[in-house]
Design a protein. Sequence first.
Lengths: 164, 177
Amino acid sequence: MKSRGGSTLVAALLISVVLLLAGMGFLGQRAAQNRAVNGALLNAQARALAESGIEDALQKLSKDNRFPPLNADSQTVFTYQETALDAGGNPLGESQVTVDVTYRQAPYSIIKLTSIGRVGPPGGPWQATAQLESELDVAPKVRGAATVNPNFFKLLYLRSGQSF
Amino acid sequence: MRRRGLSLVEVLATLFLFSICLAVISQLLANSQQAMKHSRGQDRSVQAALVTLNDLRDEVKEATTLVVPASAAVATTLELSKANPNIARFPNPLPAVAPTGWTLFPSGSLVTVRYKVVAGALVREIVSGLPVASYTMTEGISDLKTRLLAGGNVEISIEVMEQQKNQTLLTSVYRLR
């Protein structure tokens, strides 16, 4: 009897290749979707870290009279970093906050806050970053009036760089 | 040695079984293709709406003043004023003598923006502070609802149209104040 082993092998290989290609195409699609979802998640984490930086600065400013610790009269800008840990105690990222007290005195009575949230291992490389800018109103009285300022120690806005 | 071939009955039976298998598989593939197409379309609409909702949330956080909503009653627009970062509000360098009459937001430094739904699309309008402009932000949005919550926070919900069905996405914006 003539052997048919050769043609069976070729047919089996062809079917395997077709199945492999179909599987790879499907996996490739899923990988692209996964990357998109991961990117969105990292951006959200970076934004949350930046917001936590602003919150942290607010807490420090409200509870510590000597914050920000400026070394000289001419120094008006202070920058610090806080590392954020996940539930397991592993570093998730950091928030870098800049407190600018140049316009702290009347009539301006504004403290400028800038916070950069970064996601990734300490020192980078960062997988995502987000920056927020804000102004804290520290005028106890309404400017140009004697009434109590309803916005005292409130953020005037939280800008994330959206254009007009 | 002469090899025995297949009988006609065997061939017909094989072809019959094979055609049934083929019909079942093609039906399954067609169904899965349809489901994937539907899911992808829905994903796109919902994803676009989620991105829009995120933009609206950022916009509210960036606002210095909320014009609409002004109360707990439901409104169909979102209108707010925000500081124009291109206008210098603070003197630089800092003068030795503080200026008199300095105001936090001088006239022209605030831009008023309005969001509303027009013909199934979310439209963003510049109302004042910059040249009046309007552009379509996201298609497929059938409704926008906003209302003011306690503490100056805002609730925003948008309705997405997807194959004759509406899906509502809702968010509460907590302003860091």
